[in-house]
Design a protein around this ligand. Structure first.
Ligand SMILES: Nc1ncnc2c1ncn2[C@@H]1O[C@H](COP(=O)(O)OP(=O)(O)OP(=O)(O)O)[C@@H](O)[C@H]1O
Length: 272
């Protein structure tokens, strides 16, 4: 979304004095109002979830507005990936609600969630290594009766190297190219919301900013993004709003630049 639109969307989340747009470090205080005032396409309320009997998330609140770019940061083991997996129906739902475009989706299976308009790029094992690039993309549209050729062309236009490598087995691609296949596959049904779990993990440093640029362009073309990223500072620089999660609970929520400028957030969660 545009910077202006982001300001409008994000402003209600900033409740503390000084968080209303200031990038002045001394004045910036990260907010703790985790819900936005306006409409959200993804609306998570009081979410409890985990694995089997093991509860990881407690009372998590999180919103993503239409076309918004939201990132989740926090220490290792905070439950960031668990939030994404829970939205996608891959964990045990224990309480609270997850609404997408006004409909409850908690407890639905991933296949149903894909149909609702959410794409997910997991951190690991996110391509079929023995299938070609094109076959991987086709798998992204497996719920359709026919392969959407125009969408494959759209993906190839977005990631031209995939057109060149269309017949190559995904397992023989570089890490960056595999990540493009995984993103391309998740975009095959043109989702309204794309979940990205650590998209820069394992990439050579010179490829990381290219990957972030591609994510920016996906967002600019109208797809909302919810991303977990180890490269927290860069993610907060790029996103509209960020959530800091600690021990499976919300800690701070604010615009990315406000979180970056908050001394406590920097010291405790961003490595100083
Ligand atoms: N499949 C699973 N079964 C049981 N526990 C799990 C499973 N996956 C994750 N966990 C546990 O859930 C907790 C949160 O893990 P999660 O991966 O969500 O954290 P994270 O914030 O994404 O961490 P990191 O930054 O290290 O990737 C951890 O204690 C982890 O061990």
């Amino acid at each position: 979304m545009t910077a202006d639109a982001a300001d409008e969307e994000a402003a209600p989340a900033s409740t503390d004095e000084g968080s209303s747009g200031a990038t002045d470090e001394a004045a910036a205080h990260a907010g703790t109002d985790h819900a936005i005032d306006g409409d959200a396409i993804l609306r998570i309320r009081d979410l409890d979830a985990g694995y089997g009997d093991l509860q990881i998330l407690t009372d998590v609140v999180l919103d993503v507005a239409d076309e918004e770019y939201v990132t989740i940061v926090g220490p290792n083991g905070a439950g960031k990936s668990t939030v994404m997996k829970t939205v996608f129906g891959l964990t045990t739902h224990m309480g609270g609600t997850v609404e997408f475009e006004g409909e409850p989706i908690q407890g639905l299976a991933p296949e149903q969630i894909i149909r609702e308009g959410i794409g997910f790029v997991p951190q690991n094992d996110n391509v079929f290594p023995g299938l070609s690039v094109r076959e991987n993309l086709e798998m992204g549209a497996y719920i359709l009766d026919e392969v959407p050729e125009d969408q494959i062309e759209t993906i190839y236009d977005r990631f031209p190297i995939l057109r060149e490598r269309s017949e190559q087995k995904a397992g023989t691609l570089s890490g960056g190219q595999r990540q493009m296949v995984a993103m391309g596959r998740a975009l095959m049904l043109d989702p309204d919301l794309l979940l990205l779990d650590e998209p820069s993990a394992g990439l050579a440093p010179d490829l990381v900013s290219d990957m972030f640029d591609r994510i920016d362009r996906i967002n600019e073309s109208g797809t909302a993004i919810l991303m977990v990223e180890q490269n927290a500072k860069e993610a907060l620089r790029r996103c509209d709003r960020g959530y800091v999660l600690v021990n499976g609970e919300n800690r701070y929520t604010d615009r990315g630049d406000v979180l970056l400028a908050d001394e406590g957030v920097r010291r405790d969660f961003l490595g100083g």
